[in-house]
Design a protein around this ligand. Structure first.
Ligand code: ATP
Ligand code: MG
Length: 359
């Protein structure tokens, strides 16, 4: 059986690794010349809106999925007519626009930071008065790894913030003085069955995810699962869905969703019974979902902007190395290490050794 994947970056690479174990062949569509997943399957090199390439992908695949959330919705609608597409265009349309995403949270009664949609600098000035300061201005579309964002601390920052987002339709959010950031990685099958990984605690550095640590039994688990279920059901989502939250004094406040496998779920490759990648592929091809339980103390640490020090990482107890075979560039995710240990204190020791290798 063959699965088509839109995008051939590291998420596609890890989806294919899981797919290969399930006996699947993968076909990727990606405009890059030599994307890092291409070593694991056939690569159709084309833009995501190239209809002939989309037709070729559909004709070579029994099911099509994605690892990149900014595939044009029109391309997904084109594919949906000729292949089993999981997740569907509805999930993408919502996740691609922070305004629609917030409207969905509102309609489902999921708490969000106070926010206003803004289309002009004057609207931004009014929104600052309504939402208060500090606040974060984000473009509605195409943001990732903290790009397309600007923090406002005083009313004097309005013009600079509006410039920083390029004058694009944006959203102003109250800055949440969070205790922690957490995420729920969930998977939904076509028959509606859902499984949830333990809540992960996430630490960001310079707006980019740095570490994720699963917290089995976290008191916010139930609320996070309920929110993820409501969103997944409302979108009729099939596959993995990730939901990022702030923990504001023990209350969950929704940040955003990703309609795909997520960096905060990478720990599941080595620390859960069935990884997010395998579970996503299971959902895509209609297999029963796998066990999402955490099997040992573990955490994930991203390798960003430097060559992956594979031999040094391999010498650390409990380290499972995942290199994406990508050339390092500032701010670019090139790999991660999952630490899986017998006891929590070993995790602390090993993570100190990993951190010492990071620049
Ligand atoms: N309203 C807010 N209050 C406090 N911190 C925020 C707020 N919005 C964003 N941040 C911080 O910036 C980070 C990135 O924001 P967000 O998740 O919205 O952007 P993104 O570009 O989609 O990021 P990613 O691709 O890493 O998920 C958050 O994880 C959080 O640390
Ligand atoms: Mg985010």
């Amino acid at each position: 059986m063959s699965v088509g994947i839109l995008g051939a970056g590291q998420l596609g690479r890890m989806l294919a690794q899981a797919g290969i174990s399930l006996g699947l062949d993968c076909v990727f569509l990606d405009p890059a010349e030599a994307p890092c997943a291409a070593v694991l399957g056939k690569h159709l090199r084309a833009e995501f809106d190239d209809l002939a390439a989309l037709d070729a992908l559909a004709s070579q695949s029994e099911a099509v999925t994605l690892e990149f959330e900014n595939v044009p919705v029109a391309s997904l609608e084109h594919l949906a007519g000729q292949a089993t597409l999981r997740p569907g265009a509805k999930s993408l349309a919502c996740a691609q626009d922070r305004g629609e995403e917030k409207a969905l949270f509102d309609s489902l009664g999921i708490a969000t930071p106070d926010y206003r949609l803004v289309a002009t600098e004057a609207e931004l000035a009014t929104a600052v008065e309504a939402v208060g300061l500090p606040a974060v201005l984000k473009t509605r579309r195409f943001g990732y790894d903290g790009k397309g964002q600007s923090v406002l601390r005083s009313a004097d920052d309005v013009a600079a913030a509006w410039q920083a987002v390029g004058g694009q339709p944006s959203i102003l959010e109250a800055f949440v003085p969070f205790r922690r950031e957490v995420s729920m990685v969930a998977v939904r099958a076509a028959d509606g069955d859902m499984r949830f990984y333990p809540l992960a605690e996430n630490v960001h550095r310079d707006g980019i995810l740095h570490t994720s640590t699963p917290r089995t039994g976290d008191p916010l688990t139930e609320a996070a699962e309920a929110a993820a279920r409501a969103v997944a059901e409302s979108l009729e989502h099939v596959g993995v869905l990730a939901f990022e939250f702030f923990d504001r004094d023990g209350e969950l406040v929704a940040n955003e969703i990703a309609p795909r496998v997520h960096n905060s779920g990478h720990w599941t490759q080595d620390g859960a019974v069935c990884s997010q990648f395998e579970n996503h592929m299971r959902a895509v091809i209609g297999l029963p979902l796998g066990d999402t339980r955490q099997i040992a103390p573990c955490m994930m640490i991203n390798i960003i902007g430097q060559a992956v020090p594979v031999p040094a990482l391999a010498a650390i107890p409990g380290a499972c190395v995942h290199s994406y075979a990508k050339a390092p560039r500032p701010g670019r995710k090139v790999g991660h290490v999952n630490l899986v240990t017998a006891a929590a204190d070993e995790l602390t020791q090993s993570s100190a050794r990993v951190h010492a290798l990071l620049t």
